[in-house]
Write a protein that binds this ligand. Structure first.
Ligand code: PLP
Length: 397
């Protein structure tokens, strides 16, 4: 068993033991809810479209006209127009041959892997890839081969040992905020005869021309066999997608268990996403402001002595390391009115707990100053000097 596989399993086991001890819960339960006077940096609504008037109007109109729709598996609505029209529009947006809509990003990843991987085939998974990619590989009964985060030498050695298979990774990592080395991944996949599954959940709407994501922005759409995404991030909806060849898109709806055995999207989900697509393609101003806000916050936090590496995006990790230390930081920041999201096992290994700040495009300069003032104020209480992540910076605080 590889060291990383072992670390992952140990993390799962430890998290299970902690749940038995009542750990974890206090971080989420009993926490004061943020009010309008607080700053909420927990959401994945990076472009602030969840309440966009055109989107809400489109949803309300369809809800009034069609109610909650047919309420059945998608296999019975093969010719449902708005659903397939949206799939075609998304395929054009992503420069993909075809797109299949799913009920969620989780359903997209699990359904894809379960349907296209045969039992025993190797699936190489970045150790920080989203849990749904791991769950998909497990559902497929694949030979799961984890590789160290963004470490292509490690990946190449693993492929050398186990043979060609599927390489699964996120294009932007949801805890650390760093990008995958996509050009190198494509090169490695071509040299070794592997296929790629790129989860674009955190890059869709945010990066690339009209927000089409990292893969099109590097003109690598033909080299990445499968792209998946949650549409519950910048698309601010409740769905997911798989972008793939027309052949696979024709096969998935009848072989992905989630597509067959779980009810399809509601009409207002589809209408909302169609309206959001119109907004996203024209949202360069929001994307620019998002990138600016993220840069200001990363720079400001670094100047305060926080190690936010390797983030290069709107996802900014404060890295106390242990769960009690995250709890201390969260309590202190909550009191200052800055609400982040705790990542503890099983989302991360036990010693790599994080308080994540997710930036959005409507944060003003005053909001950003307020976040930095709060982070400056809590440094002592949160015992920043004791954090391993900060000591790695070698900063004298
Ligand atoms: C990278 C990534 N993939 C997939 C998902 C799952 O998406 P959903 O919430 O739509 O099921 C998430 C959500 O946390 C994610 O961050």
């Amino acid at each position: 068993m590889l060291a990383h596989e072992l670390t992952y399993l140990q993390g799962q086991l430890e998290s299970w033991r902690r749940r038995q001890d009542g750990w974890g819960g206090p971080i989420f339960r009993g926490r004061r809810a943020p009010t309008e006077h607080d700053l909420t940096l927990m959401s994945n609504d990076y472009l602030c479209l969840a309440r966009y008037p055109d989107v809400v109007r489109a949803q309300v109109k369809v809800l009034v006209e069609r109610g909650n729709g047919a309420l059945m598996s998608g296999v019975y609505s093969a010719d449902c127009d708005p659903h397939h029209a949206l799939e075609e529009r998304l395929a054009a947006f992503l420069s993909a041959p075809a797109v299949m809509l799913c009920q969620s990003g989780w359903a997209a990843n699990v359904g894809l892997l379960q349907a296209v991987v045969r039992p025993g085939d190797p699936v190489y998974v970045d150790e920080l890839a989203h849990a749904s990619l791991w769950a998909g590989a497990a559902a497929a009964q694949a030979r799961v081969r984890p590789f160290a985060h963004n470490d292509l030498d490690h990946l190449e050695r693993a492929i050398g040992a186990s043979g060609p298979g599927l390489i699964a990774f996120d294009t932007l990592y949801s805890v650390t905020g760093d990008l995958c080395p996509l050009v190198d991944l494509v090169g490695l996949a071509q040299r070794t005869g592997c296929d790629l599954v790129a989860d674009e959940s955190h890059t869709l709407g945010v990066l690339g021309f009209e927000g089409a994501g990292l893969v099109p922005s590097l003109q690598l759409t033909d080299q990445v066999a499968y792209r998946t995404a949650s549409l519950a991030k910048a698309f601010a909806g409740r769905a997911g997608l798989v972008a793939c060849s027309a052949e696979v898109a024709g096969y998935l709806p009848y072989h992905s268990l989630g597509a067959v055995f779980s009810s399809t999207l509601l009409p207002q989900d589809v209408a909302g996403l169609a309206a959001t697509l119109d907004v996203i393609t024209r949202a360069d101003d929001r994307r620019k402001r998002l990138a600016h806000n993220a840069q200001v916050l990363r720079d400001g936090l670094t100047a305060l002595g926080y190690n936010v590496r390797p983030s290069e995006s709107q996802i900014i990790p404060l890295q106390p390391g242990t769960e009690p230390a995250v709890r201390l930081l969260q309590e202190a920041l909550d009191r200052e009115g800055v609400f982040g999201a705790a990542f503890i096992p099983p989302a991360v290994p036990a010693r790599r707990c994080v308080q994540r700040l997710s930036v959005h495009s409507e944060l003003t300069d005053a909001d950003l100053s307020r976040v930095l003032t709060a982070c400056a104020a809590v440094r002592e209480e949160a015992d920043l000097k004791s954090w391993k992540s900060t000591r790695r910076l070698g900063t004298a605080l």
